[in-house]
Design a protein around this ligand. Structure first.
Ligand SMILES: [Zn+2]
Ligand SMILES: [Zn+2]
Length: 100
């Protein structure tokens, strides 16, 4: 399991607040030239400290890692690949998820 993230200021466990796409301006809001390289939106996960209200931003795919840790998985009856139980089909061979 992934370690809980602790607030750098007061040490309390950060709690998940939201996941959001931040729109990046063409002129490169905050990130300068990097904003031009990453066209469109930046996928971020926002965590909040319940103790001091500090907000921390993480890449959105950090949440995907969390999801993999916590979601049960099924094994494909056709090819044996394991995948998240809420997928209707096997991502490898396309066989139907037997739980659907
Ligand atoms: Zn704090
Ligand atoms: Zn399969």
């Amino acid at each position: 399991m992934r370690e809980k993230l602790k607030c750098l200021r007061c040490g309390k466990t950060m709690e998940f607040l939201m996941r959001e796409n931040i729109q990046l301006g063409k002129t490169g809001w905050v990130l300068g030239d990097l904003g031009n390289l990453m066209a469109g939106a930046l996928d971020v996960a926002v965590l909040r400290c319940p103790g001091c209200g500090r907000l921390e931003f993480y890449q959105g795919d950090w949440m995907d890692g969390e999801r993999e840790d916590s979601l049960p998985q099924v094994a494909c009856p056709a090819c044996g690949v394991r995948y998240d139980f809420d997928y209707p089909k096997c991502p490898a061979c396309g066989a139907d998820n037997p739980n659907f």
